[in-house]
Design a protein around this ligand. Sequence first.
Ligand code: ATP
Length: 472
Amino acid sequence: MAQKKAKNIAEPLKDLVALCKRRGFIFPGSDIYGGLTATFDYGPYGTELLRNIKNEWWKTFVHQREDVVGLDSSIMLHPDVWKASGHIASFNDPLMDCKQCKSRFRADSYFEERGMGEGLDLAATVELHNKHQTELACPDCGTRGQLTAPRQFNLMFKTRMGATAERDIEVFLRPETAQGIFINFRNVTDSCRVKIPFGIAQIGKSFRNEIIARQFVFRTREFEQMELEYFCQPGTQEQHFSHWLDYCMQWLKDMGLRTENLRIRHHEKEELSHYSDATADIEYQYPFGWGELWGIASRTNFDLNAHQSLSGKNLDYFDAEKNERYLPYVVEPALGVNRLLLAILSDAYVVENPGAEQRTVLKLHPRLAPVKAAIFPLQKKDGLGEIARKLYLELADFFPVDFDQTGSIGKRYYRQDELGTPYCITIDYETRDDETVTVRDRNTTEQQRMPLSAVKHFLLEKIFSRDTGISL
Ligand code: ATP
Protein backbone atom coordinates (compact mmCIF):
# COMPACT_ATOMS: atom_id res chain seq x y z
CA MET A 1 0.00 0.00 0.00
CA ALA A 2 1.39 3.38 -0.95
CA GLN A 3 1.72 5.70 2.02
CA LYS A 4 2.03 9.40 2.43
CA LYS A 5 5.56 10.70 2.03
CA ALA A 6 7.28 11.45 5.33
CA LYS A 7 6.10 14.89 6.31
CA ASN A 8 8.44 15.29 9.22
CA ILE A 9 11.67 16.20 7.51
CA ALA A 10 12.74 19.06 9.68
CA GLU A 11 13.24 22.40 8.00
CA PRO A 12 16.91 22.69 9.02
CA LEU A 13 17.66 19.49 7.12
CA LYS A 14 15.97 20.60 3.92
CA ASP A 15 19.09 21.58 1.98
CA LEU A 16 21.02 18.51 3.04
CA VAL A 17 18.10 16.23 2.15
CA ALA A 18 17.89 17.87 -1.26
CA LEU A 19 21.62 17.40 -1.86
CA CYS A 20 21.36 13.75 -0.80
CA LYS A 21 18.70 13.12 -3.43
CA ARG A 22 20.27 15.28 -6.15
CA ARG A 23 23.67 13.66 -5.81
CA GLY A 24 22.69 10.04 -5.27
CA PHE A 25 23.34 9.68 -1.54
CA ILE A 26 19.88 8.94 -0.13
CA PHE A 27 16.52 8.54 -1.87
CA PRO A 28 13.05 8.34 -0.30
CA GLY A 29 12.13 4.63 0.00
CA SER A 30 9.80 3.16 -2.66
CA ASP A 31 9.88 6.53 -4.39
CA ILE A 32 8.03 5.59 -7.59
CA TYR A 33 5.10 4.25 -5.52
CA GLY A 34 4.72 7.50 -3.64
CA GLY A 35 7.09 6.54 -0.83
CA LEU A 36 6.80 4.35 2.25
CA THR A 37 6.90 6.41 5.44
CA ALA A 38 10.33 6.84 6.98
CA THR A 39 12.13 4.37 4.75
CA PHE A 40 15.13 5.37 2.71
CA ASP A 41 17.26 3.83 0.01
CA TYR A 42 20.94 4.61 -0.24
CA GLY A 43 22.10 5.61 -3.71
CA PRO A 44 25.52 4.91 -5.25
CA TYR A 45 27.39 7.55 -3.22
CA GLY A 46 25.46 6.94 0.01
CA THR A 47 26.27 3.25 -0.29
CA GLU A 48 29.99 4.00 -0.55
CA LEU A 49 29.76 6.34 2.44
CA LEU A 50 27.95 3.71 4.52
CA ARG A 51 30.58 1.11 3.65
CA ASN A 52 33.42 3.47 4.52
CA ILE A 53 31.87 4.29 7.89
CA LYS A 54 31.44 0.61 8.70
CA ASN A 55 34.94 -0.29 7.49
CA GLU A 56 36.55 2.48 9.54
CA TRP A 57 34.61 1.41 12.63
CA TRP A 58 35.55 -2.22 12.11
CA LYS A 59 39.18 -1.29 11.63
CA THR A 60 39.32 0.76 14.84
CA PHE A 61 37.08 -1.41 17.02
CA VAL A 62 38.07 -4.88 15.81
CA HIS A 63 41.23 -5.05 13.69
CA GLN A 64 43.27 -2.62 15.72
CA ARG A 65 42.22 -4.20 19.01
CA GLU A 66 43.91 -7.40 20.07
CA ASP A 67 41.07 -7.86 22.55
CA VAL A 68 38.05 -7.67 20.19
CA VAL A 69 36.68 -10.24 17.74
CA GLY A 70 33.82 -9.98 15.23
CA LEU A 71 30.51 -11.78 14.83
CA ASP A 72 27.63 -11.88 12.35
CA SER A 73 24.52 -13.35 13.96
CA SER A 74 21.03 -13.87 12.54
CA ILE A 75 18.37 -11.21 12.33
CA MET A 76 15.76 -13.73 13.47
CA LEU A 77 16.59 -15.36 16.79
CA HIS A 78 14.76 -17.88 18.95
CA PRO A 79 11.72 -16.13 20.48
CA ASP A 80 12.99 -16.95 23.98
CA VAL A 81 15.94 -14.62 23.39
CA TRP A 82 13.55 -11.67 23.60
CA LYS A 83 11.83 -13.10 26.66
CA ALA A 84 15.16 -13.35 28.45
CA SER A 85 16.35 -9.93 27.31
CA GLY A 86 13.18 -8.29 28.59
CA HIS A 87 12.16 -6.96 25.18
CA ILE A 88 8.83 -8.77 25.16
CA ALA A 89 7.91 -7.40 28.58
CA SER A 90 9.34 -3.92 28.32
CA PHE A 91 9.58 -2.92 24.70
CA ASN A 92 6.01 -1.73 24.95
CA ASP A 93 4.79 1.83 24.90
CA PRO A 94 1.21 3.02 25.57
CA LEU A 95 -0.12 4.80 22.50
CA MET A 96 -3.07 6.99 21.59
CA ASP A 97 -4.48 7.70 18.14
CA CYS A 98 -6.29 10.82 16.99
CA LYS A 99 -9.56 9.77 15.32
CA GLN A 100 -9.58 13.04 13.42
CA CYS A 101 -6.14 13.22 11.77
CA LYS A 102 -4.99 9.61 12.40
CA SER A 103 -1.71 10.61 13.99
CA ARG A 104 -0.33 8.34 16.69
CA PHE A 105 1.79 9.25 19.69
CA ARG A 106 2.98 8.03 23.06
CA ALA A 107 0.40 8.43 25.79
CA ASP A 108 2.91 8.54 28.67
CA SER A 109 4.88 11.38 27.02
CA TYR A 110 1.64 13.21 26.18
CA PHE A 111 0.53 13.38 29.81
CA GLU A 112 4.04 13.88 31.20
CA GLU A 113 4.75 16.82 28.89
CA ARG A 114 1.55 18.43 30.18
CA GLY A 115 2.66 18.03 33.80
CA MET A 116 -0.05 15.42 34.51
CA GLY A 117 2.27 12.79 35.98
CA GLU A 118 5.63 11.09 35.76
CA GLY A 119 6.79 7.55 34.92
CA LEU A 120 3.25 6.66 33.82
CA ASP A 121 2.39 3.06 32.96
CA LEU A 122 -0.48 1.91 30.75
CA ALA A 123 -3.04 1.81 33.57
CA ALA A 124 -2.16 5.32 34.71
CA THR A 125 -2.48 6.72 31.18
CA VAL A 126 -5.86 4.99 30.72
CA GLU A 127 -7.09 6.52 33.96
CA LEU A 128 -5.95 10.00 32.93
CA HIS A 129 -7.56 9.54 29.51
CA ASN A 130 -10.88 8.51 31.03
CA LYS A 131 -10.87 11.45 33.41
CA HIS A 132 -9.98 14.17 30.92
CA GLN A 133 -11.15 12.64 27.63
CA THR A 134 -13.19 15.56 26.34
CA GLU A 135 -10.50 18.20 26.99
CA LEU A 136 -7.56 16.30 25.51
CA ALA A 137 -6.31 17.97 22.32
CA CYS A 138 -4.44 16.22 19.55
CA PRO A 139 -0.84 17.54 19.45
CA ASP A 140 -0.91 17.44 15.64
CA CYS A 141 -4.30 18.82 14.54
CA GLY A 142 -5.48 20.33 17.83
CA THR A 143 -8.93 18.64 17.76
CA ARG A 144 -10.31 18.01 21.24
CA GLY A 145 -12.01 14.88 22.54
CA GLN A 146 -10.92 12.66 19.66
CA LEU A 147 -8.08 10.71 21.24
CA THR A 148 -8.53 6.95 21.60
CA ALA A 149 -7.85 5.26 24.93
CA PRO A 150 -4.15 4.34 25.33
CA ARG A 151 -3.18 0.87 24.10
CA GLN A 152 0.01 -1.10 24.48
CA PHE A 153 2.16 -1.18 21.37
CA ASN A 154 5.13 -3.50 20.91
CA LEU A 155 8.08 -2.01 19.10
CA MET A 156 9.29 -5.34 17.73
CA PHE A 157 8.30 -6.37 14.23
CA LYS A 158 6.66 -9.77 14.17
CA THR A 159 6.75 -12.25 11.36
CA ARG A 160 6.10 -15.96 10.93
CA MET A 161 8.66 -18.64 10.20
CA GLY A 162 7.89 -22.04 8.69
CA ALA A 163 6.43 -23.59 5.60
CA THR A 164 2.91 -24.44 6.73
CA ALA A 165 0.37 -22.27 8.46
CA GLU A 166 -0.24 -24.88 11.21
CA ARG A 167 3.38 -25.48 12.07
CA ASP A 168 4.95 -22.06 11.70
CA ILE A 169 6.12 -20.06 14.68
CA GLU A 170 6.02 -16.40 15.49
CA VAL A 171 9.44 -14.74 15.42
CA PHE A 172 10.65 -11.18 15.75
CA LEU A 173 13.04 -9.12 13.69
CA ARG A 174 15.80 -8.15 16.11
CA PRO A 175 15.46 -4.66 17.63
CA GLU A 176 19.20 -4.63 18.46
CA THR A 177 22.22 -6.69 17.46
CA ALA A 178 23.47 -7.08 21.04
CA GLN A 179 21.43 -10.16 21.96
CA GLY A 180 22.97 -12.11 19.07
CA ILE A 181 26.31 -11.47 20.76
CA PHE A 182 25.22 -12.58 24.24
CA ILE A 183 23.75 -15.85 23.03
CA ASN A 184 27.03 -16.63 21.22
CA PHE A 185 29.24 -15.82 24.20
CA ARG A 186 29.83 -19.51 24.95
CA ASN A 187 30.47 -20.35 21.28
CA VAL A 188 33.11 -17.64 21.02
CA THR A 189 34.91 -18.50 24.26
CA ASP A 190 34.90 -22.21 23.31
CA SER A 191 36.19 -21.68 19.78
CA CYS A 192 38.56 -18.70 19.95
CA ARG A 193 41.51 -17.90 22.16
CA VAL A 194 39.85 -14.99 23.95
CA LYS A 195 40.65 -14.05 27.52
CA ILE A 196 38.74 -11.64 29.71
CA PRO A 197 38.65 -8.69 29.28
CA PHE A 198 37.63 -9.04 25.63
CA GLY A 199 34.92 -7.81 23.31
CA ILE A 200 32.67 -9.15 20.56
CA ALA A 201 31.63 -6.68 17.87
CA GLN A 202 28.88 -6.84 15.31
CA ILE A 203 27.46 -4.69 12.53
CA GLY A 204 23.97 -5.40 11.26
CA LYS A 205 20.42 -4.35 10.63
CA SER A 206 17.95 -3.82 13.44
CA PHE A 207 14.25 -3.11 13.29
CA ARG A 208 12.01 -1.14 15.60
CA ASN A 209 8.44 -0.25 14.86
CA GLU A 210 9.08 3.29 16.10
CA ILE A 211 5.93 5.23 16.83
CA ILE A 212 7.32 8.37 15.40
CA ALA A 213 10.04 7.94 12.82
CA ARG A 214 11.41 11.26 11.69
CA GLN A 215 14.24 13.65 11.07
CA PHE A 216 15.41 11.94 7.92
CA VAL A 217 17.61 8.93 8.73
CA PHE A 218 17.95 9.89 12.42
CA ARG A 219 15.07 7.64 13.44
CA THR A 220 13.81 5.00 11.06
CA ARG A 221 12.15 1.63 11.53
CA GLU A 222 14.87 -0.26 9.74
CA PHE A 223 18.41 0.82 10.55
CA GLU A 224 21.89 -0.49 11.06
CA GLN A 225 23.87 -0.74 14.27
CA MET A 226 27.52 -1.18 15.17
CA GLU A 227 27.63 -2.71 18.62
CA LEU A 228 30.36 -3.96 20.86
CA GLU A 229 29.90 -6.03 24.00
CA TYR A 230 33.03 -5.85 26.13
CA PHE A 231 33.15 -8.59 28.76
CA CYS A 232 35.11 -7.94 31.92
CA GLN A 233 35.62 -9.10 35.46
CA PRO A 234 32.95 -7.84 37.88
CA GLY A 235 34.32 -4.84 39.75
CA THR A 236 36.38 -3.58 36.80
CA GLN A 237 33.45 -2.26 34.75
CA GLU A 238 33.89 1.35 35.83
CA GLN A 239 37.38 1.56 34.40
CA HIS A 240 36.29 -0.10 31.11
CA PHE A 241 33.24 2.15 30.88
CA SER A 242 35.40 5.25 31.04
CA HIS A 243 37.93 3.78 28.60
CA TRP A 244 35.25 3.06 25.98
CA LEU A 245 33.64 6.45 26.40
CA ASP A 246 37.00 8.11 25.62
CA TYR A 247 37.82 5.67 22.84
CA CYS A 248 34.49 6.24 21.07
CA MET A 249 34.72 10.01 21.41
CA GLN A 250 38.26 10.02 20.03
CA TRP A 251 37.22 7.96 17.01
CA LEU A 252 34.41 10.41 16.18
CA LYS A 253 36.93 13.25 16.26
CA ASP A 254 39.39 11.23 14.17
CA MET A 255 36.64 10.81 11.59
CA GLY A 256 36.47 14.59 11.35
CA LEU A 257 33.41 15.50 13.46
CA ARG A 258 33.79 18.94 14.99
CA THR A 259 34.46 18.92 18.72
CA GLU A 260 31.90 21.66 19.34
CA ASN A 261 29.17 19.45 17.88
CA LEU A 262 29.86 16.59 20.29
CA ARG A 263 29.06 16.28 23.98
CA ILE A 264 28.65 13.59 26.60
CA ARG A 265 25.49 13.27 28.66
CA HIS A 266 25.73 11.02 31.71
CA HIS A 267 22.40 9.49 32.71
CA GLU A 268 21.09 10.40 36.15
CA LYS A 269 20.57 7.53 38.60
CA GLU A 270 16.78 7.65 38.17
CA GLU A 271 17.13 7.44 34.42
CA LEU A 272 19.27 4.28 34.38
CA SER A 273 17.74 1.02 33.17
CA HIS A 274 17.29 -1.40 36.06
CA TYR A 275 20.24 -3.50 34.87
CA SER A 276 22.68 -0.64 34.26
CA ASP A 277 25.08 0.81 36.82
CA ALA A 278 26.25 3.60 34.48
CA THR A 279 25.16 4.92 31.09
CA ALA A 280 26.24 7.87 29.00
CA ASP A 281 25.21 9.09 25.57
CA ILE A 282 27.51 10.78 23.14
CA GLU A 283 25.23 13.39 21.63
CA TYR A 284 25.67 15.23 18.38
CA GLN A 285 24.36 18.68 17.53
CA TYR A 286 22.25 17.88 14.46
CA PRO A 287 20.78 20.75 12.42
CA PHE A 288 17.53 20.20 14.39
CA GLY A 289 19.26 20.11 17.81
CA TRP A 290 21.19 17.78 20.09
CA GLY A 291 20.35 14.09 19.77
CA GLU A 292 21.71 10.74 20.90
CA LEU A 293 24.35 9.36 18.58
CA TRP A 294 26.05 6.66 20.63
CA GLY A 295 24.89 4.97 23.83
CA ILE A 296 27.57 3.58 26.14
CA ALA A 297 26.13 1.41 28.88
CA SER A 298 27.60 -0.61 31.69
CA ARG A 299 25.07 -3.46 31.73
CA THR A 300 26.34 -5.57 34.66
CA ASN A 301 25.81 -9.29 33.96
CA PHE A 302 22.09 -8.86 33.38
CA ASP A 303 21.99 -10.32 29.87
CA LEU A 304 24.27 -13.32 30.40
CA ASN A 305 22.46 -14.08 33.62
CA ALA A 306 19.03 -13.91 31.96
CA HIS A 307 20.09 -16.15 29.07
CA GLN A 308 21.73 -18.59 31.44
CA SER A 309 18.54 -18.86 33.50
CA LEU A 310 16.13 -19.25 30.60
CA SER A 311 18.26 -21.49 28.38
CA GLY A 312 19.58 -23.59 31.24
CA LYS A 313 23.08 -23.43 29.67
CA ASN A 314 25.99 -22.48 31.83
CA LEU A 315 27.47 -19.22 30.55
CA ASP A 316 30.02 -18.50 33.23
CA TYR A 317 33.67 -17.94 32.47
CA PHE A 318 36.66 -19.70 33.97
CA ASP A 319 39.37 -17.17 34.72
CA ALA A 320 42.55 -19.29 34.66
CA GLU A 321 44.72 -16.52 36.09
CA LYS A 322 42.46 -16.00 39.07
CA ASN A 323 41.41 -19.64 39.20
CA GLU A 324 37.78 -18.65 39.61
CA ARG A 325 34.49 -18.83 37.75
CA TYR A 326 32.21 -15.86 37.28
CA LEU A 327 29.56 -14.41 35.02
CA PRO A 328 31.33 -11.51 33.30
CA TYR A 329 30.09 -7.94 33.45
CA VAL A 330 29.68 -6.10 30.19
CA VAL A 331 30.22 -2.60 28.84
CA GLU A 332 28.34 -1.85 25.62
CA PRO A 333 29.04 0.96 23.17
CA ALA A 334 26.05 0.89 20.76
CA LEU A 335 26.02 3.15 17.71
CA GLY A 336 23.61 3.62 14.82
CA VAL A 337 25.32 3.63 11.42
CA ASN A 338 22.66 5.82 9.82
CA ARG A 339 22.63 8.30 12.69
CA LEU A 340 26.38 8.59 12.37
CA LEU A 341 26.07 9.03 8.61
CA LEU A 342 23.64 11.89 9.19
CA ALA A 343 26.03 13.48 11.71
CA ILE A 344 28.93 13.13 9.27
CA LEU A 345 26.96 14.65 6.40
CA SER A 346 25.63 17.52 8.53
CA ASP A 347 29.10 18.24 9.86
CA ALA A 348 30.69 18.17 6.42
CA TYR A 349 28.03 20.25 4.64
CA VAL A 350 29.39 23.74 4.00
CA VAL A 351 28.11 26.56 1.79
CA GLU A 352 30.94 28.95 0.94
CA ASN A 353 30.59 32.47 -0.48
CA PRO A 354 26.78 32.53 -0.59
CA GLY A 355 25.77 34.50 -3.68
CA ALA A 356 27.03 34.45 -7.24
CA GLU A 357 30.27 32.62 -6.38
CA GLN A 358 28.51 30.15 -4.10
CA ARG A 359 30.10 26.75 -3.60
CA THR A 360 28.47 23.86 -1.74
CA VAL A 361 31.03 21.40 -0.54
CA LEU A 362 30.99 18.26 1.58
CA LYS A 363 34.18 18.46 3.59
CA LEU A 364 34.20 14.76 4.38
CA HIS A 365 37.24 13.12 5.89
CA PRO A 366 39.10 11.66 2.88
CA ARG A 367 38.79 8.14 4.30
CA LEU A 368 35.01 8.50 4.38
CA ALA A 369 34.58 10.27 1.05
CA PRO A 370 32.59 8.01 -1.32
CA VAL A 371 34.96 8.77 -4.19
CA LYS A 372 38.61 9.58 -3.49
CA ALA A 373 39.50 11.24 -6.77
CA ALA A 374 37.86 12.34 -10.00
CA ILE A 375 39.65 12.36 -13.31
CA PHE A 376 38.83 14.93 -15.94
CA PRO A 377 40.28 14.80 -19.44
CA LEU A 378 40.02 18.36 -20.78
CA GLN A 379 38.88 16.90 -24.11
CA LYS A 380 37.83 13.42 -25.15
CA LYS A 381 39.91 13.75 -28.27
CA ASP A 382 43.61 14.25 -29.03
CA GLY A 383 44.66 11.30 -26.89
CA LEU A 384 43.64 12.98 -23.60
CA GLY A 385 40.78 10.52 -23.04
CA GLU A 386 43.17 7.56 -23.30
CA ILE A 387 45.68 8.99 -20.83
CA ALA A 388 42.83 9.68 -18.40
CA ARG A 389 41.41 6.14 -18.76
CA LYS A 390 44.81 4.65 -18.04
CA LEU A 391 45.12 6.70 -14.86
CA TYR A 392 41.55 5.77 -13.91
CA LEU A 393 42.34 2.05 -14.13
CA GLU A 394 45.57 2.44 -12.18
CA LEU A 395 43.81 4.26 -9.32
CA ALA A 396 40.62 2.18 -9.35
CA ASP A 397 42.71 -0.75 -8.21
CA PHE A 398 43.13 1.04 -4.85
CA PHE A 399 39.98 3.10 -4.27
CA PRO A 400 36.80 4.36 -5.96
CA VAL A 401 37.44 6.96 -8.67
CA ASP A 402 35.01 8.99 -10.80
CA PHE A 403 35.62 9.66 -14.47
CA ASP A 404 33.98 12.72 -16.01
CA GLN A 405 34.61 14.06 -19.47
CA THR A 406 31.55 16.22 -20.04
CA GLY A 407 30.88 19.91 -19.47
CA SER A 408 33.22 22.64 -18.37
CA ILE A 409 35.91 21.88 -15.81
CA GLY A 410 34.19 24.34 -13.45
CA LYS A 411 30.94 22.37 -13.64
CA ARG A 412 32.80 19.13 -13.04
CA TYR A 413 34.46 20.61 -9.94
CA TYR A 414 31.08 21.81 -8.69
CA ARG A 415 29.64 18.31 -8.87
CA GLN A 416 32.62 16.68 -7.17
CA ASP A 417 32.58 19.29 -4.38
CA GLU A 418 28.99 18.31 -3.62
CA LEU A 419 30.03 14.67 -3.54
CA GLY A 420 32.92 15.46 -1.19
CA THR A 421 35.62 14.15 -3.54
CA PRO A 422 38.96 15.25 -2.00
CA TYR A 423 40.95 15.53 -5.24
CA CYS A 424 40.26 16.24 -8.90
CA ILE A 425 42.88 15.53 -11.54
CA THR A 426 42.78 17.26 -14.89
CA ILE A 427 44.52 15.82 -17.92
CA ASP A 428 45.21 18.64 -20.38
CA TYR A 429 47.38 19.32 -23.43
CA GLU A 430 50.46 19.82 -21.28
CA THR A 431 50.05 16.28 -19.99
CA ARG A 432 50.65 15.02 -23.50
CA ASP A 433 53.85 17.02 -23.76
CA ASP A 434 55.44 16.68 -20.32
CA GLU A 435 53.42 13.99 -18.51
CA THR A 436 52.25 16.31 -15.72
CA VAL A 437 48.70 16.83 -14.44
CA THR A 438 46.81 19.37 -12.33
CA VAL A 439 45.62 18.15 -8.94
CA ARG A 440 42.98 20.27 -7.26
CA ASP A 441 42.34 20.15 -3.52
CA ARG A 442 38.63 20.15 -2.57
CA ASN A 443 39.04 22.11 0.66
CA THR A 444 41.35 24.89 -0.48
CA THR A 445 40.49 24.74 -4.22
CA GLU A 446 44.24 25.20 -4.77
CA GLN A 447 45.77 23.45 -7.73
CA GLN A 448 49.22 22.01 -8.10
CA ARG A 449 51.07 20.51 -11.02
CA MET A 450 52.72 17.13 -10.52
CA PRO A 451 54.08 14.26 -12.62
CA LEU A 452 51.43 11.81 -13.74
CA SER A 453 53.54 9.03 -12.27
CA ALA A 454 53.39 10.63 -8.80
CA VAL A 455 49.58 10.85 -8.56
CA LYS A 456 48.89 7.41 -7.12
CA HIS A 457 51.45 7.74 -4.36
CA PHE A 458 50.31 11.29 -3.56
CA LEU A 459 46.66 10.23 -3.20
CA LEU A 460 47.41 7.12 -1.14
CA GLU A 461 49.51 9.20 1.23
CA LYS A 462 46.96 12.01 1.52
CA ILE A 463 43.90 9.84 1.91
CA PHE A 464 45.02 6.90 3.98
CA SER A 465 48.00 7.93 6.09
CA ARG A 466 47.10 8.35 9.78
CA ASP A 467 47.77 12.04 9.72
CA THR A 468 46.31 13.25 6.47
CA GLY A 469 47.49 16.78 7.19
CA ILE A 470 44.16 17.97 5.86
CA SER A 471 42.19 20.54 7.76
CA LEU A 472 38.53 19.70 7.38
P1 ATP B 1 16.55 6.66 21.21
O1 ATP B 1 16.43 7.05 22.67
O2 ATP B 1 17.00 7.79 20.33
O3 ATP B 1 15.34 5.95 20.70
P2 ATP B 1 17.84 4.33 22.13
O4 ATP B 1 18.42 4.80 23.44
O5 ATP B 1 16.61 3.54 22.15
O6 ATP B 1 17.72 5.58 21.13
P3 ATP B 1 19.75 2.27 21.80
O7 ATP B 1 18.79 1.19 22.08
O8 ATP B 1 20.75 2.63 22.84
O9 ATP B 1 18.97 3.57 21.33
O10 ATP B 1 20.48 1.94 20.41
C1 ATP B 1 21.84 2.25 20.16
C2 ATP B 1 21.97 3.20 19.01
O11 ATP B 1 21.25 2.75 17.88
C3 ATP B 1 21.44 4.61 19.27
O12 ATP B 1 22.37 5.39 19.98
C4 ATP B 1 21.22 5.11 17.85
O13 ATP B 1 22.46 5.58 17.30
C5 ATP B 1 20.80 3.87 17.11
N1 ATP B 1 19.32 3.82 16.97
C6 ATP B 1 18.41 3.42 17.88
N2 ATP B 1 17.17 3.48 17.38
C7 ATP B 1 17.29 3.95 16.11
C8 ATP B 1 16.36 4.24 15.06
N3 ATP B 1 15.05 4.04 15.22
N4 ATP B 1 16.84 4.71 13.89
C9 ATP B 1 18.16 4.91 13.70
N5 ATP B 1 19.08 4.65 14.65
C10 ATP B 1 18.67 4.17 15.84
